[in-house]
Design a protein around this ligand. Structure first.
Ligand SMILES: C[S@@+](CC[C@H](N)C(=O)[O-])C[C@H]1O[C@@H](n2cnc3c(N)ncnc32)[C@H](O)[C@@H]1O
Length: 238
């Protein structure tokens, strides 16, 4: 398992650039990481690796990014039968952690067919064949996703924001799809390396109430202190 920590080098098309370059707080341009082709190719390779040696591949933002959300879920007393959606599940590693934590009403979605196959294989290897993973574009799910108590996003809103074709529209569609997917008073747990707390508060201001931020490691650069990832909890309100 490759643990992509906050200081990871990420593959960005032809080059590897440090995560902090890719995830600058304010201005980040379109990137290959915002395309379906990129993720399909990435998960195709991870699927081959998993088949060969059983390695689940990249854990985006590191293991701690999952533990921090799980700790919040414990504190918030999210019941084990809560319906939980993992938006853009990737390799399904978060679904495995949620299931191991006792959650039993889980759904994963991803628009990459290779991701869906990989996550199904990863779940199967853990005897978690009853966790559904669907191939679905979150921005075009036509009412298929609704009534969730908790929606989790780790890196997917970031990816959508980097779409070279239409990130402005994508971000709006994302907010609407999230509103539709969550129950009233349902929670949204988002982990981002592209957006600051202020920017996320702004983006999810209408129809959501800020609940809390989850402490994440900070770094110092040029005399300024910043966080390499932002993890926030929102509540759906009407
Ligand atoms: C940075 S990866 C994170 C994967 C996973 N959440 C994790 O933490 O390992 C972004 C994921 O979002 C998925 N994705 C991007 N846009 C999507 C969309 N419109 N609908 C569904 N999945 C999407 C990608 O296929 C990829 O799996």
């Amino acid at each position: 398992m490759e643990v992509a920590t906050e200081s990871m080098e990420v593959k960005n098309g032809n080059s590897s650039e440090p995560v902090d370059d890719r995830c600058s707080d304010n201005d980040f341009g379109p990137s290959i990481l915002g395309t379906k082709e990129y993720w399909e190719e990435a998960y195709q390779k991870e699927l081959e690796t998993f088949t060969d040696i059983g390695d689940v591949g990249e854990i985006w933002f590191g293991e701690e990014s999952m533990s921090r959300v799980l700790r919040w879920m414990d504190k918030a007393k999210i019941p084990e039968n809560a319906s939980i959606l993992d938006i853009g599940t990737g390799n399904g590693a978060f679904l495995v952690e949620l299931a191991k934590h006792g959650y039993r009403n889980l759904t994963g979605i991803d628009y990459s067919p290779a991701s869906v196959e990989l996550s199904k294989n990863v779940l199967q290897a853990e005897d978690l064949t009853d966790v559904p993973v669907k191939e679905l574009d979150f921005l075009n799910c036509q009412g298929e996703l609704k009534g969730f108590d908790v929606c989790i996003d780790k890196g997917t809103f970031d990816a959508i924001s980097l779409n070279p074709d239409n990130s402005v529209e994508g971000k709006k569609l994302y907010v609407q799809a999230l509103k539709d997917a969550l129950k009233d008073k349902g929670f949204f747990a988002v982990t981002s390396c592209n957006w600051t707390k202020e920017q996320l508060l702004d983006r999810f201001s209408e129809g959501f109430e800020f609940v809390q931020d989850l402490p994440s490691p900070s770094f110092q650069f040029g005399g300024k202190t910043g966080n390499s990832v932002t993890a926030l909890i929102f509540k759906r309100v009407h």
